[in-house]
Design a protein around this ligand. Structure first.
Ligand code: NAD
Length: 390
């Protein structure tokens, strides 16, 4: 159980690029990072608008002179300080991730970057090599995978409680873009433009969360082939998609079905997962993250609750609130940030043995998400054809 006790040598000096006053995701980063005292927010280039970014940073308790105009000013300003920043989170639109991450790593700063990580696998490989050469950690904020019951599902699969996996069924859908984009805000504008979003809209924006969570639960399964059908129901979003379905063949013979949509009018259900094995199934949704449905063939269904002693130790280790008391998205992000802090701390201590067995969403996880997107686009562009995964 996580209780806020310091599990690393000392708090990390942390900064942010993006995530400013108008940013959608910035608070999730701060809520995750600042929960356990493992990070101390010391600087930022929070906003494209320098004055607004400085005003915002000061309101967060950051010294005015450490609220910078942009990432380059941050790197220069922090380089001269004995107490300079050690790790920076990147919470900016997709098209900026690669350049900002590269600049930070070149300056010797660990990075925590938003998904989808970059535009191409080639970029991911280049940055992974740079991080390796510099001995730096890159974490990726797949913020939903800190929920304790996600790790319960992984542990149950590992223990064989489901039997051999046959079906993987996942959906992340909402209706927030069901109408056209007239008068849309910045966050919609950059997401629907290939120059700023990258090769995908909903596949990258929400589909990568599904794909990564399935990798956490089923690390032994690899996709061999996939078929992706994507469509822009609002034509101005083309060539990007606001809806996609993906079929997947796994190397053990299992079949996968994934649906992402931002035009699923009226749906506030968010994410749904069902993993079906030869003996039993588990179903989980982030709408009710405290509950896991466990159905054994021929027996009445069971609902498992977070924090209960009957759960696997991997799940209990990620629990914060204890049974009876609701855990939510903030707790999940706090776990992700904690696990990344532990990785940075281990690297700073030179504890490679710890790192070898420590699990957190790392640059490889970010790369695999981008690889999946590249395969989806290749399939969709070939007219929703089956393609070998590569
Ligand atoms: P947004 O448009 O709402 O906010 C972007 C913020 O970054 C704004 O504060 C803007 O001023 C600032 N900014 C833009 N360019 C900048 C630059 N070059 N330097 C400094 N600041 C800059 O975007 P958002 O919805 O918060 O998304 C940001 C990123 O987070 C995207 O990559 C998105 O995919 C990701 N995201 C992830 C999750 C998640 O659950 N992990 C949720 C939402 C968004």
């Amino acid at each position: 159980m996580i209780n806020g006790e310091m599990t690393i040598t000392r708090p990390l000096r942390w900064g942010m690029v993006g995530g400013g006053r108008t940013g959608q995701v910035g608070y999730k980063h701060r809520s995750g990072a600042l929960r356990d005292g493992t990070y101390r927010l010391v600087c930022g280039a929070f906003d494209l608008d320098e004055a607004r970014g400085r005003d915002f940073g000061v309101n967060l308790g950051v010294a005015a002179e450490r609220c910078y105009a942009d990432v380059q000013a941050l790197i220069q300003g922090e380089a001269g300080r004995a107490d300079g920043v050690e790790v920076v989170s990147v919470a900016t639109p997709n098209f900026t991730h690669y350049e900002i991450t590269k600049a930070l790593l070149q300056a010797g700063i660990h990075v925590i970057c938003e998904k989808p990580l970059f535009f191409s696998v080639t970029e991911c490989e280049e940055i992974a090599a740079l991080a390796r050469d510099k001995g730096l950690i890159v974490g990726v904020t797949y913020g939903f995978t800190g929920h304790p019951l996600v790790h319960q599902m992984a542990a149950m699969v590992k223990k064989g409680l489901l039997g051999d996996i046959r079906l993987v069924d996942m959906a992340y859908t909402h209706g927030f873009n069901a109408g056209d984009d007239t008068g849309a805000g910045e966050a919609v504008k950059w997401r629907t433009n290939p120059r700023t979003a990258g090769p995908t809209f909903v596949l990258g924006d929400i589909g990568t969360h599904l794909y990564y969570l399935s990798e956490v639960v089923l690390p032994q399964l690899k996709v061999e082939r996939l078929l992706c059908d994507r469509k822009a129901f609002i034509p101005t979003r083309a060539p990007l998609e606001d809806h996609a379905t993906v079929l997947m063949h796994y190397d053990n013979g299992a079949r996968g079905r994934l649906w992402v949509s931002s035009v699923d009018a009226g749906n506030m259900g968010s994410q749904r997962y069902r993993f079906v094995g030869t003996k039993a199934s588990v179903s989980w949704s982030d709408a009710h993250p405290d509950q896991l449905h466990y159905e054994v063939q021929g027996e009445p269904g069971r609902v498992l609750h977070h924090g209960m002693p009957y759960l696997e130790e991997e799940s209990l280790a990620a629990d914060r609130m204890g049974a009876l008391h609701t855990e939510g998205l903030g707790d999940s992000w706090a776990n992700i940030y904690l696990w990344i802090a532990q990785a940075i701390d281990a690297r700073q201590r030179g504890d490679e043995a710890f790192l070898a067995s420590h699990h957190y969403p790392d640059i490889q996880a970010g790369l695999e998400g981008v690889r999946w997107l590249e395969n989806c686009v290749r399939s969709a562009d070939a007219g929703a054809a089956w393609v070998d995964f590569r």
